[in-house]
Every structure is written in C-alpha cells, then in structure tokens.
Design a protein around this ligand. Structure first.
Ligand SMILES: [Zn+2]
Length: 127
C-alpha cells in the first residue's frame, strides 16, 4: 500500500499544478470576454473591425473563449473532486463500475472519473 500512497501524492501534486494553471486561464478568459462585450456595448468605433473577415474571426474567437471558460470551469470542478477523492482514498476508482481506472489513463487525465470503457459508453450515451 506504500506504493499507492506515493502515487496519490504524485497525482495530488499534478492535480494542484493543473488546477492552478486552469484557474489562471479561466480568469484570463473571463477578463478577455468581459473586455470584448464591454467594447461591443459601448460601440467604441476604434475597436470596430473594418473587414467582414475580422468580424467572423471575432465571433469565432468569442465562442471559443466561452467554450474554454466553460470547459475550464468544469475541469477545475473535476480536479477538486479528484483531490477530495485522494483525501478519502477513493481516487482512481471508476464512478460507474467501481473498477480501478487504468494508471496510464490517470497519468494522462488525472481528474478522470470514469474508466476508459465507461467513458466510451458515456460518450455513446449509454450511461
Ligand atoms: Zn468503469
């Protein structure tokens, strides 16, 4: 069991680092999105793009940002859940089938809550 504890400590470190990075990114995105909508609301002419192509890019970028904010916040939540599980000692167990999640998968996605099989099922809409 010593080994498992060392693993947990490793994952905890990674999760905390990931969380810090994500929170910073989400905050930054929030700020950028706010800035953009403020510009739109004020109708500031100096910021109105001249070419239609720019308008398209702008909308696309905003949508991308919104997606990043949402995904980022969800990831942060998942990371928090994973950190709680480490404290409880239930980290790395699939939420759907209660089997251990593959270690390689956890290394790639430390905040995964489902094993590969269940993840696939979920993506197919079976869970
Ligand atoms: Zn599973």
């Amino acid at each position: 069991m010593k080994e498992a504890k060392a693993d947990f400590a490793q994952f905890k470190k990674r999760l905390l680092a990931l969380r810090e990075r994500l929170v910073g990114k989400v905050d930054y995105m929030h700020e950028e999105a706010l800035k953009k909508s403020r510009q739109d609301a004020s109708g500031d002419l100096s910021n109105v793009p001249i070419h239609m192509a720019d308008v398209g890019t702008d909308n696309f970028e905003r949508e991308l940002m919104i997606e990043l904010i949402q995904n980022g916040e969800e990831s942060v939540r998942n990371i928090d859940i994973a950190l709680e599980k480490i404290e409880e000692g239930t980290f790395g167990v699939c939420e759907a089938c209660n089997k251990k999640i593959n270690k390689e998968r956890l290394k790639a996605v430390p905040h995964a809550t489902l094993c590969v099989d269940c993840q696939r099922e979920e993506e197919l809409g079976n869970i």
